[in-house]
Write a protein that binds this ligand. Sequence first.
Ligand code: ADP
Ligand code: MG
Length: 687
Amino acid sequence: MNNKLYTCPMDPEVVKDHPGNCPKCGMDLMPMHTGSKEHGSHGDHASMEQDFKRRFFITLPLTLLVAFFSPHIQPWIPIHEILYHNGILFALSTFIVIYGGWPFFKAAKNEIRHKNYGMMTLVSLAIIVGYLFSTAATFLFHGESMYWEIATLISVFLLGHWLEMRAVRGTGSALANLLKLIPPSAHKVHDEHIMDIPTEELVAGDTILVKPGEKIPIDGVVVKGRSSVNESMVTGESRPIEKKKEDTVIGGSLNNEGSLTIKVTKTGKDTVIAQISELIRLAQDSKPSVQRLADKAANVLTIIAIVVGVLTFFYWLVINPQGAIFAATLAVSVIVVTCPHALGLAIPVVTTVTSQVAAKNGILISDMQGFEVARNVTYVVFDKTGTLTEGTFAVTKIAPSGRTTERELLAVAAAVEEHSQHPIAKGIVEEAKRHKLTITRGEKFLSFPGKGAEAIVKGKRVLVGNARLMTAKKMRGFPEKIIHEPGTIVFVAIEREYTGYVVLSDVIRKESKEAINKLKGLGITPVLLSGDRKEIANAVAHKLGIGKVYSEVLPEDKVVVIKELEKTGVVVMVGDGVNDAPSLKQAHVGIAIGAGTDVAAAASDIVLMRNDPRDVANVLELSRKTDNKMKQNLLWATGYNVFAIPLAAGVLYSYGILLKPEWSAVLMSLSSIIVVFNALKLRNEKL
Ligand code: ADP
Ligand code: MG
């Protein structure tokens, strides 16, 4: 988090880790302030905004002066003597063009250097054409000038950019907001002393103190104290979470009433916040595919602007001669009104606001394309354990086969499961600890994903797992007939001899039912995909109202099921990421749930920070709304051209209707501002 980030003052969604030019508008990227610095994160954006504002307010009175001295305007002013003077007009306009037009010329230079001709090139072209024509009319031949039009055009552009930057600042940058969560300093505990040091100087193993009401500066485990912590800014979980000894805490969360002594476990790139920022950064580099459409449309508009501008000029100069200045004015007007500026903003402002709304609700979108696809979803496939259920297994029964005692059976099973990360394994180990059994960790551990595991415990080979594993490995004395137990059964065999089983049960999350109902309400088919026994999978599906169930599926076969479903529709896979990574990757859209502290591990497009399956429906709804907004914005950004271009070209001139350059500039700026505000309306969405 110590490396500096750079952002574009015009396009705050552009964030790079090196300086350079904005790929969108060609402006110089500015260093971005992170939370470890005291100032606000929008310092440079704000200073650009101020720059436009200043240039606008200096240019405006001069523009009015130009109007006062203009031959067009003077007859309207009730004074007797004719005052206009081309020399004064020339001097004033030269200043306005250079001072007011400067930011546009500078950006145009970048566009031209990158051969990425766009909005700024067009604006500069319009200003320069108008100015040169007027200058020629002043000194070379005697004709009317268009100083007044050019001065107004510049003023309107400055005003438009100033207002737009103000609005864009409102969309903010999710990344900068996140980095702001980290407090700049921490109270380090050092041999009974406490000193304040900068957060970035902390290393793993340091002990720090967090006082009541303070923010937790970094990830760690509690070594002393009790308190409740508000993690909503990081995970979106709004309930305060109780923290006591050995609990993990996340940097950026807020400590409530108690004092906590914390041992630092992760620093820099490994912290949760750093990983979230990384995800957001990836998301910002991943463009939704409508972006390509918008870019193409912008290129087409740039070409239209130049072609129609040139045609307009020749028409009014040669075919229907109205003088060079008239022809140039209309050409300038066409170029200005066709500027595809709003089009450049239309999609990015929406994605920025959407990621922000999502992040505020504990939803991290790491791939915009996946998120975009989610709007058309047919199937939502849920992993069972840890996704629709709590994923915390409690032992409900221990049944030794007679050769051994309950305690012994549990102890050997726990010795094997000590090595495993599976929720079932954790349940068995927990139970053994609860009974204060000494667990001799097994050796030569071997895992059979989706089936069980094996290890050598005190010299004996111990196998734990489901019936399929016991049969496949031909354990002696394994009962032929199916054992009916309400829960997941883990069989145990010692030295190839069946020795009994342990029953565990997991509870369905209380939000699962509502989550499934919401999806059905959206016309989506929920699917359950589980490695667990048919009996249990069916029971869970039945309770939740899921009609399509795949049970006893091995991890590698889950991918096959997803592929099969993908033949008939768009598939979203929701999993807790433990052994679901391949299927999360395979599905059109992968959603990792409850990955709050292991974000980077997710092979998914979207990460739900809260352990709440209802967020799946929220994501899909947000995806649909985002799509609508993008389409609306594309329309707002381009639609007005249909009537504006012909008007600017003088099609209705014979009826006395003309779109002058300054009105073209107003229209064009208005379209940009509408696009931004339309995106901002998404912020009011309740998820
Ligand atoms: P799910 O699809 O529900 O997440 P898994 O594919 O992880 O399930 O596992 C499927 C089944 O394999 C479990 O229900 C359990 O019977 C067995 N199993 C997997 N790992 C273990 C383990 N470490 N110990 C005991 N049984 C296991
Ligand atoms: Mg699972």
